[in-house]
Design a protein around this ligand. Structure first.
Ligand code: AMP
Ligand code: MG
Length: 426
């Protein structure tokens, strides 16, 4: 490990053989970060709808069976399939009707059936439903020769959820289906973890705010906008601390103020070679921060550590590198901190790449790709154009990352690559 970055909390794990801050693999960096994440513990009761995107702090246990009674899956006639021969024409008398919410109160006798609508309770004595398209009816009797088996077209009580079953575990992130699922149990308020507070700011003397005319050598600060978007999508409370010039006093003040107010601080810029020593000194005074050169393109420099109680991520300044490092390191860390103990890895799908890709072995690359269907509906991928880490347009054009692992070199047209879909992420 490097000389001036040996804080206690990293020393603890740096005994591992593979710890090399100047050549950290993406997986090792994730593993080290993971070792220091302490999830929020404070819980709050919330009405169901406002829990969308939040992390469950309790197991949801079913207080009932869903559905709570056997009911019909189709419009047709409820009958007892054991009441007649299993072949030939059958004629039954219609004894009444059952509608969703208005059950047939009696019970079916021999050679009787009950007109039944989807969702209506199966009457006593019936065990199957013959669908209306398969019967002849004169209003009093039905005849049919397609004999339903016991249980056919019947939704069983508890077939969706059973009384006492853990429906969703603590740590689950609430999605639209979950809102409905919990509503189907009659539960209107649940416990979720408090929202995570995340502050961010951009560093760099060359940055200008939108609304100002650019002077020679200046660029507009775009990273605060992509960071805002990525964080907002994750459902955290976002604190935008603006732009801070490369001035040690201002940077120190901003970092210290933030560390007492938020759970996580993100910065962009100022952690690459040339600037790193200066930021290193400052961050080592303030907290316990390590600087890594990750075997990753784009996104080689990355700083991680603690400033006070706040987790700190120093992301690179290049606009694409900010997004790649956010999705590869920050996203998963935020999920853990939000109360989700084991975030599932993002799915990797194998697809044929239709164009050659330039790739140096020894680092993981996240090239920007476009997934598209060919004339036969088979999905293929091609790279967006220029893969420079400053070409933010490539992220807007892309609908996937083409993930090229550390060991792989150039890829030929027609070879299989792995992709991570951006839909839902960005
Ligand atoms: P740095 O990591 O500070 O050396 O910055 C690397 C590159 O990213 C430089 O070309 C910077 O001008 C650019 N950059 C840094 N911060 C931002 C930002 N907030 N918005 C747009 N570009 C940036
Ligand atoms: Mg800079």
């Amino acid at each position: 490990m490097s000389d001036n970055t040996s804080p206690d909390f990293i020393r603890a794990t740096s005994c591992a053989d593979d710890y090399d801050p100047d050549a950290m693999s993406v997986d090792s960096a994730r593993k080290y970060i993971r070792a220091f994440l302490n999830p929020v513990t404070l819980q709050e009761n919330q009405p169901l709808r406002s829990t969308l995107g939040r992390v469950l702090a309790q197991d949801i246990i079913s207080p009932c069976n869903v559905p709570n009674h056997d009911n019909s899956a189709m419009d047709g006639y409820a009958l007892n399939s054991a009441d007649f021969p299993q072949h030939g024409l059958v004629t039954l008398t219609i004894a009444g009707a059952a509608f969703a919410g208005k059950p047939f109160e009696g019970s079916i006798k021999s050679r009787e059936c009950v007109r039944i609508m989807t969702g209506a309770g199966i009457p006593a004595g019936a065990n199957a439903v013959v669908i209306q398209e398969q019967v002849q009816s004169n209003g009093k009797q039905i005849s049919f020769s397609t004999i339903p088996k016991a249980g056919q077209n019947v939704r069983r009580a508890g077939e969706d959820l059973q009384l006492g079953q853990v429906v969703l575990p603590a740590g689950h992130i609430m999605r639209p289906a979950d809102l409905g699922l919990i509503a189907s149990l009659g539960i209107g308020e649940i416990k979720v973890f408090r929202r995570l507070r995340v502050a961010f700011f951009s560093t760099g003397d060359e940055l200008a705010s939108i609304g100002n005319t650019l002077k020679s050598g200046q660029v507009y600060d775009s990273n605060r906008y992509t960071l805002y978007g990525m964080l907002a999508r994750m459902g955290v409370d976002v604190v935008d601390l603006g732009m801070v010039p490369d001035d040690p006093t201002l940077l120190e003040q901003t970092l210290l103020d933030a560390s007492s107010n938020v759970d996580v601080i993100l910065t962009s810029g100022g952690v690459s070679v040339g600037e790193a020593d200066y930021m290193k000194q400052l961050l080592n005074q303030l907290g316990q921060v390590v600087f890594w050169k990750i075997s990753l393109k784009p996104g080689r420099p990355l700083a991680y550590g603690k400033i006070g109680n706040a987790h700190y991520f120093g992301l690179p300044g290049n606009p694409v590198a900010v997004m790649v490092t956010f999705y590869q390191f920050v996203r998963e860390a935020l999920l853990v901190l939000m109360g989700r103990p084991n975030p599932a890895p993002l799915p990797l799908l194998s697809v044929t790449c239709t164009e050659p890709l330039k790739k140096a072995s020894g680092r993981t690359e996240f090239q920007r790709g476009i997934l598209y269907p060919d004339a036969n509906g088979i999905w293929l991928v091609r790279p967006t154009g220029n893969q420079g880490s400053g070409i933010l347009r490539s992220m807007s054009e892309a609908n996937c990352f083409i993930v090229l692992p550390e060991h792989c070199g150039n890829v030929g047209a027609g070879e299989t690559v792995q992709v991570q879909i951006l839909e839902g992420l960005i």
